[in-house]
Design a protein. Structure first.
Length: 188
């Protein structure tokens, strides 16, 4: 049974984003995680924008906290590229299959699909299908003109009442439709 993912101090989540199993998401002030609306996440998702800082004698923060009474030097001040490559941003209507790991500095565009077991180290543009370790783009979900339309329509920002009124749009097989056919189904 899917569970709604909720926002916390350094993790922002849009509406109706669901996950099916264990989810380990670490957002920090220096590397927050932003997730859009209507995403579907599989089991064992890990989003880890922060790492141990390898520039110092000890990589483990407990050495510094327990023996010196201070945080690890890599946790003080501006984070280095050794510690983080930046925040993680996941668009809306994104599917992440089981056992996906996403590292820092990555943006996954709206409508993207990431295959099971993938390790995402680089950004994925909207409506791409990607998989692997490291993850790489395999295909487009739809032709570019339909991708552009969907990016422009931003249905995930519609109120639920408008989504309900657009049942025809959501039931339409976009892979077999033209932009004009799609536009004809959308109502205000």
């Amino acid at each position: 049974m899917a569970t709604a993912l909720e926002s916390s101090a350094h993790i922002q989540v849009g509406r109706n984003t669901l996950y099916n199993g264990q989810c380990h998401i670490v957002g920090t002030a220096e590397s927050p995680v932003t997730i859009g609306s209507y995403c579907a996440f599989g089991r064992n998702l890990t989003i880890m924008p922060i790492n141990h800082d390898t520039r110092f004698a000890a990589i483990q923060g407990t050495v510094y906290r327990n023996l010196f009474g201070q945080p690890h030097p890599g946790e003080i001040g501006v984070p280095s590229r050794s510690r983080t490559k930046g925040s993680v941003m996941i668009g809306s209507d994104v599917w992440l299959a089981d056992n996906v790991t996403i590292l820092g500095g990555v943006t996954i565009g709206n409508g993207a699909c990431v295959g099971a077991g993938s390790i995402v180290t680089k950004s994925i543009p909207p409506y791409r299908i990607a998989a692997g370790s490291p993850c790489r783009i395999l295909a487009l979900r739809f032709p570019e003109e339909i991708v552009a339309l969907l990016q422009d329509v931003e249905w995930w920002n519609w109120p639920e009442e408008r989504i309900r009124r657009n049942r025809s749009f959501f039931l339409l097989d976009l892979s077999k439709s033209s932009v004009d056919q799609i536009v004809e189904t959308i109502v205000d």
